[in-house]
Design a binder for this molecule. Structure first.
Ligand code: LLP
Length: 403
């Protein structure tokens, strides 16, 4: 799949203004096809972790591909329903939520993974054996790109620690709960396939303790290549390993277990481009700063996770290579890249951040009372505005003036 060309991106920058997020629909489709193709010999279901990017047009597009939806709040559940995805294709993997959100999810009839003893007990009291449910476990495995995005280790807040299995079983017995699934999510940007195999092994030890399981949910976290020449998770190898693990394992209830995955980044990250324009060039003794019309208010990943995004000057792609430090225009240090080689950059040039589809717009804010960017979808070679840039009214819209 060819990436969007500089010409296409420049035309979008001119037509819609900057900063702007651009998503390439066919790239999302290609990523989804790669997954389904690699896993065609396993009993697998994919749920897009929509926290990565919830624009409603993206949800509809991904839903129409046949992909299911994983949600992390009741509002995401409502968005998925609004996008036309039926409840039996929606999963709510909860984390530390108030019980009334679980009640609302039951009302909608979606799949639910419960992540605390406390909510499991409340669930048992209220629903008993009337609503089969999944349990989110913490496997005590340390994995993921960095500690901020690691979720399965023994100091993580996510899931019920596997060492509390006796308590889980007590509650199940007490309330006659039907547990239909076991879930783990060890983190984001996991390149090493053996981490998933380790997770499967942890779950295999527990499977015999549950009589009604229909699925094992291994969460998301496939790594995508952010840097030049970097490799992502080897999806074919992962599919092979999953198939091998499950065929070697006797089936507990006579029916093959489904394996569920919740990819976020894998589906949308590489489909996304973030275009900014250079405001100011500032040579200093330490570095030459390039200030763009954005900041961590629009793309927080570099400052929050030390994440690397490839950057290119698309309006001078043949200029000679010079080192620059790319920063934003907000009133805090908001370094996107330090001493990065770019084609010669002038004020007014357009810089593109690649791999910006996942957790880019989604984690943006109005800090410094700046507007959130517009979003554009490229579909079948045509561009569509799918979110207007904020306007002045948006800054005031929920405020109540008492003075
Ligand atoms: N399932 C669960 C339960 C999750 O918590 C997450 C991500 C996913 C699936 C999808 O993970 P993915 O395939 O996208 O790695 N904002 C961070 C990433 C945080 C991920 C949070 N949970 C970033 O920009 O790197």
């Amino acid at each position: 799949m060819q990436p969007l060309s500089n010409e296409t991106l420049l035309a979008i920058a001119h037509d819609y203004g900057t900063p702007v997020y651009v998503y390439h629909a066919e790239k999302i489709e290609a990523q989804y096809q790669q997954l389904t193709h690699a896993f065609q010999e396993t009993n697998t279901r994919f749920f897009y972790a929509c926290k990565a990017l919830t624009n409603i047009s993206i949800l509809k597009y991904i839903g129409n591909l046949g992909c299911n939806m994983d949600c992390s709040s009741i509002n995401e559940v409502q968005l998925a329903l609004y996008a036309g995805i039926p409840p039996n294709r929606i999963l709510y993997t909860s984390n530390g939520i108030a019980f009334d959100e679980i009640e609302a999810a039951v009302q909608e009839g979606v799949h639910i993974n419960i992540d605390s003893i406390s909510n499991l007990e409340k669930f048992g009291k209220k629903y008993g054996n009337t609503y089969p449910v999944g349990i989110r476990l913490r496997p005590n495995i340390l994995a993921g790109g960095n500690l901020k995005i690691s979720t399965g280790h023994d100091k993580s807040k996510f899931g019920i620690p596997v060492d509390q299995i006796a308590e889980i079983l007590n509650i199940i017995q007490q309330y006659n709960l039907i547990i239909k699934g076991l879930h783990i999510h060890t983190g984001s940007e996991i390149k090493d396939v053996s981490v998933f195999v380790q997770g499967i092994t942890v779950l295999f030890d527990l499977i015999p303790k549950f009589n009604h399981l229909t699925y094992i949910d291994l969460g998301g976290g496939f790594k995508v290549p952010y840097k030049e020449n970097e490799e992502g998770t080897n999806i074919e190898l992962l599919a092979k390993e999953v198939k091998r693990a499950f065929s070697a394992h006797p089936n507990p209830n006579g029916k093959p277990l489904e394996v569920w995955f919740e990819p976020g980044k894998y589906l949308v990250s590489e489909a996304g481009y973030f275009i900014t324009q250079v405001n100011v060039l500032k040579p200093t003794s330490a570095t030459t700063f390039v200030s763009v019309n954005s900041g961590f208010n629009h793309l927080i990943r570099p400052m929050f996770y030390d994440a690397y995004h490839r950057i290119q000057n698309i309006s001078n792609p043949n200029g000679k290579h010079i080192h620059y430090s790319v920063v934003g225009n907000i009133c805090e240090t908001d370094t996107f890249a330090w001493n990065r080689l770019l084609n010669e950059t002038r004020e007014g040039d357009f810089l593109v951040f690649y791999n910006a589809g996942a957790y880019g717009f989604e984690m943006s804010s109005n800090f410094n009372s700046r507007f959130k960017p517009a979003e554009v979808l490229v579909l079948n070679g045509e561009t569509h505005l799918i979110r207007k840039r904020d306007s002045w009214q948006d800054l005031l819209k929920n405020q109540i003036e008492v003075l």
